[in-house]
Design a protein around this ligand. Structure first.
Ligand code: ADP
Ligand code: MG
Length: 447
C-alpha cells in the first residue's frame, strides 16, 4: 500500500472520533479540522483558530492520539496549526497556545446550524407527526394549538435537527429567532441575571424575540431559579403569540423534578414524539447522506450498515463516514465484509457475543420441528438432511469452530461433508426460496 496522506489518516480518525465524542463537541472542535502533514509520526492538523487548538490540546489530545494509534498501528504525536494565521502555532504537549479572546456569541440566530433544514430531514412513520408539527410551527408560528411545540425522543433521533430546521425557516422569513440549549439558557441566566444583576435585561432580551427554541429542556429541571425565569419568559412569549419550540428526551409528564405549573404549561400546546427509525428509514437516511456526500456505495453495503446500527441516527451517519474513510484509507471498494471490519469496534460497543453452537443447533431444530438428536443422528429423509445442512452452514458462518469440530458436534461427520453442506446452502441462499425463508426465520429467532 502506498503511504497514506495526512488527510486520509485524519479522515479515518474523524470517522471514529465522531462516534466517541458528543455531537456538539464534534461540531465545535473537530469538524473543521484538516490533516495537513504526516511525517516522522507527527500528524499536524490545521484548525480554524487558536481557541480550537487549545481545546483540542488540553482536552482531546489523548483520545486523538489513541485513535490515531489504532489506525496507523504506531505512536503518533499530534500538532496543531491555525489555519488563518501565517505564523503557525504548534501546540506541544503541556505547552499552551496564546488564546485570543474568542467569546462564543450567545443566544441569537447565528447559533442555528444551517445544515439542519427540512429538506435534509428524511420523513417516515417514526417521525412524521413531529415533522408535520415542526413545519406548521415554521409556517404559521404562534398558533396556540401547537404553542409550545414540544418534541421528544431518544438520543440521536433528529430533535436538534428539527429544531434548527424550524429556526432556519423562520430566519429566512425575516423573523428574529433565539435558539439555545437549556444549558446555555441556564448559564446565561446565571451570568447575566444573577451574577451581573441584570435580570430585567435578560428577560427583555428573551421576551422580545419572535421565536424561542430551546434544545434539551429537561436540563433545566431541578434548577429552581432558572426554571422560574424560564416560566416568566414562557408566559410573556405565549401571551404575545410568539412561537416556542422545546425538545426533550422525554414527554412533559416524565421530566423529573420540575414544578407542576411549568409542567402543565409544557403540555398546553402539542407534544410530538420521535421514535427510533425502522429499517426502511435507516436505509433512506443512509442513501440520502451518501448522495449528499457524493459517495457511491453498493446497495448491500448500505443494507449492511442499516442492519448493524439500529437505534441512533447519529451513529448511523458516523458509521457511514467510518466505512467510507476506511475504504479510502485502504484504497479498495467497499464490500459488506469491509464495512463489517470497519464497524467492528462499534458492534463491540453493543456486545453481541457469537451465539453458542448449541443455541444454533436448537434454533434450527426448532424451525424444522425436529429434535437435536435428529440432527446429530442418521435419519436421511429430505427435511432432516436439509436441516442438518443448514446447521452446518450456521456453525460455519457464525462460530469459530473448525470443519472437523463441526463434524464431530453433529454426530461424527466428515469435515468434507460439512464443507460441502456449507457450500450448497450458500449457493441455494441465492435462488432457493425455501432455504432463504428458513435462514431468515432462524436468524430472526436467534435475535
Ligand atoms: P437528537 O437531537 O435527537 O439527539 P440530532 O438532531 O442531533 O439528534 O440528529 C443526529 C444526526 O442524525 C444529525 O446529524 C441529524 O442530521 C441526523 N438525523 C436525525 N434524524 C434524521 C432524519 N430523519 N433525516 C435525516 N437526518 C437525520
Ligand atoms: Mg440534540
Amino acid at each position: 500500500m502506498r503511504s497514506r496522506t495526512a488527510q486520509e489518516i485524519w479522515d479515518a480518525a474523524l470517522g471514529e472520533l465522531q462516534l466517541q465524542v458528543s455531537r456538539a463537541n464534534y461540531r465545535t472542535w473537530l469538524e473543521k479540522t484538516k490533516g495537513l502533514s504526516y511525517q516522522e509520526n507527527q500528524l499536524v492538523l490545521s484548525v480554524p483558530n487558536t481557541f480550537v487548538a487549545e481545546y483540542l490540546d488540553k482536552n482531546l489530545r489523548s483520545l486523538i492520539e489513541k485513535t490515531l494509534m489504532g489506525i496507523t498501528q504506531s505512536e503518533v504525536r499530534v500538532g496543531f496549526t491555525v489555519d488563518s494565521l501565517s505564523s503557525a502555532v504548534e501546540a506541544k504537549p503541556g505547552q499552551s497556545v496564546n488564546l485570543p479572546a474568542v467569546i462564543p456569541q450567545s443566544g441569537n440566530a447565528s447559533r442555528l446550524n444551517p445544515k439542519y433544514t427540512f429538506d435534509t430531514f428524511v420523513v417516515s412513520k417514526c417521525n412524521r407527526m413531529a415533522f408535520a408539527a415542526a413545519c406548521s410551527a415554521a409556517d404559521k408560528p404562534g398558533v396556540s394549538s401547537y404553542n409550545p411545540l414540544y418534541i421528544y425522543g431518544g438520543v440521536g433521533l433528529g430533535k436538534t435537527h428539527l429544531l434548527n430546521a424550524i429556526g432556519n425557516a423562520a430566519v429566512t422569513k425575516g423573523m428574529h429567532v433565539i435558539a439555545v440549549s437549556a444549558e446555555q439558557f441556564t448559564n446565561e441566566f446565571v451570568t447575566t441575571a444573577i451574577r451581573e444583576r441584570k435580570a430585567e435585561e435578560f428577560r427583555s432580551r428573551y421576551r422580545n424575540t419572535d421565536m424561542l427554541l430551546i434544545d434539551d429542556i429537561q436540563f433545566i429541571s431541578g434548577k429552581e431559579a432558572t426554571e422560574e425565569s424560564f416560566f416568566h419568559v414562557f408566559n410573556d412569549l405565549r401571551d404575545a403569540d410568539r412561537q416556542i419550540v422545546l425538545t426533550s428526551n422525554c414527554p412533559p409528564h416524565s421530566i423529573p423534578a420540575i414544578e407542576d405549573r411549568l409542567r402543565s404549561r409544557l403540555e398546553w400546546g402539542l407534544s410530538a414524539g420521535i421514535h427510533p427509525p425502522d429499517f426502511e428509514t435507516r436505509l433512506a437516511i443512509l442513501q440520502a447522506k451518501a448522495r449528499k456526500d457524493g459517495v457511491e456505495l453498493a446497495p448491500d453495503v448500505l443494507t449492511f450498515i442499516a442492519e448493524s446500527i439500529r437505534q441512533n441516527i447519529r451513529e448511523l451517519e458516523g458509521s457511514l463516514n467510518r466505512v467510507v474513510a476506511y475504504s479510502r484509507l485502504l484504497q479498495t471498494v467497499v464490500t459488506p465484509a469491509l464495512a463489517s471490519e470497519a464497524l467492528r469496534d462499534i458492534s463491540d460497543r453493543h456486545p453481541k457475543s457469537p451465539p453458542a453452537p448449541l443455541l444454533l443447533v436448537e434454533a434450527v431444530a426448532a424451525y424444522f420441528n425436529l429434535g437435536i438428536e435428529d440432527l446429530t443422528g442418521s435419519k436421511r429423509d429430505k427435511q432432516t438432511m436439509l436441516a442438518r445442512q443448514i446447521v452446518m452452514y450456521f456453525l460455519r458462518e457464525k462460530t469459530e469452530l473448525s470443519l472437523a469440530s463441526i463434524g464431530r458436534e453433529l454426530g461424527g461427520r466428515q469435515p468434507i461433508t460439512v464443507s460441502q453442506s456449507h457450500k450448497k446452502i450458500s449457493k441455494e441462499l441465492a435462488d432457493n426460496p425455501e432455504v432463504q425463508q428458513a435462514i431468515q426465520a432462524i436468524q430472526q429467532s436467534l435475535r
